[in-house]
Design a protein around this ligand. Structure first.
Ligand code: GLY
Length: 348
């Protein structure tokens, strides 16, 4: 199965057994690249690193591999600097490529390093989590966190290819798979009412490859119309304003998916209170998220969470930016006063 025929953004390959074909596919996507920097983490490299490196070597790439400690705590300027220095010390040129093998942290950090090294080199995203497959590996957002806010340093940088081996996604342990369901449900909530109903009908089973492919198509449609996140793409941030705030307050100890899940419910409650969507939608989402074992209550007090959201990238003029659902598969963007958000979310 391949999505590339639907897509003018970048080459996307999605299907079974693709890890061992990465070298061959990348040869076509990056005809001038001689060297490959495989960037991964301490969880993923031991599982899939050897297969990837062998595939790249068989296709004529000279391979250098580097793994950093798994976890959001590694999504820092310091890790990006280590990758950039490695590329420089090893003599990588701008026509060579970084291969980001992992979930969102690896993809964002390695993608950022690739985007700034020599003002941009080749980049292939190889998502190994559901969250990365349906969201972070596609769309060219790269970046790292600061102590005062998530993803505050970064770039928009199109990968040359995204190659997702669905055998890896199928083999994911429940916890990591579940984390990605917050993003899958996001697409149903904000872009596609039919998808939301289908997810509700089949919960709590794992979504089919067709559903995952649908999420990728929805993401592509948003980024093709608005690559730089100034209009349509902002809908993909549903649940993320309060979700990112919770991640920040937890010192990046809470997972992205669990933070976004609770953020989606709280932001749906905001939409209901503002009359943007009908009452009951937050309850509907909450039931679906809960069926996958995802949390649906904000983990920190509302005032603290709203305080942390003051660092969000979507904010403007002291107001906090929210992408809110209309409950019918659509959305709108609202800038709200912090006090108003606290008041609306404090209502019983
Ligand atoms: N994850 C939101 C976006 O890519 O715009």
């Amino acid at each position: 199965m391949s999505l590339k025929r639907h897509n003018s953004f970048c080459r996307i390959e999605f299907g079974e057994g693709l890890l061992s074909r990465v070298g061959e596919i990348s040869r076509e996507a990056l005809p001038d690249a001689c060297r490959a920097a495989v960037i991964s983490d301490t969880n993923v490299f031991p599982l899939y690193g050897d297969t990837l490196c062998a595939s790249l070597k068989n296709s004529g790439f000279k391979v250098t591999a580097f793994s950093f400690l798994a976890g959001e705590g590694s999504k820092t300027l310091a890790t990006a600097e280590k990758i950039i220095k490695l590329l420089a010390e090893e003599g990588f040129s701008r026509s060579d490529a970084v291969f980001a093998l992992g979930g969102g942290v690896v993809g964002d950090t390695a993608g950022f390093a690739a985007s700034v090294y020599m003002r941009g080199m080749g980049l292939v995203q190889l998502p190994t989590t559901l969250m990365a497959a349906v969201d972070s590996s596609i769309g060219g957002k790269t970046g790292v966190d600061l102590d005062c806010g998530k993803n505050l340093v970064g770039s928009f940088y199109r990968p040359d290819a995204v190659i997702c081996d669905t055998d890896i996604i199928k083999a994911l342990p429940d916890g990591i798979f579940t984390d990605g369901m917050a993003e899958v449900i996001k697409y149903g909530a904000i872009c596609d009412a039919e998808l939301l109903s289908e997810l509700e009908k089949n919960a709590p089973s794992r979504p089919s490859a067709k559903v995952i492919e649908r999420c990728i198509e929805l993401k592509l449609a948003a980024i093709i119309s608005d690559e730089k996140d100034r209009g349509e793409r902002r809908k993909l941030n549903f649940g993320h304003t309060l979700g990112h705030a919770s991640e920040l307050l937890s010192g990046y100890m809470l997972s992205h998916g669990s933070s976004v899940a609770a953020g989606e419910v709280a932001e749906s409650r905001l939409a209901e209170a503002l009359g943007i969507c009908e009452k009951g939608f937050s309850e509907r989402l909450s039931k679906l998220l809960k069926s996958y074992g995802l949390p649906t209550e904000l983990p920190f007090p509302i005032a603290e969470t709203v305080g942390a959201a003051l660092h969000d990238k979507k904010n403007s003029g002291g107001k906090i930016g929210f992408s809110l659902p209309d409950g019918k598969g659509g959305w709108s963007f609202s800038l709200l006063e912090p006090g108003q958000v606290i008041e609306l979310l404090s209502r019983e």
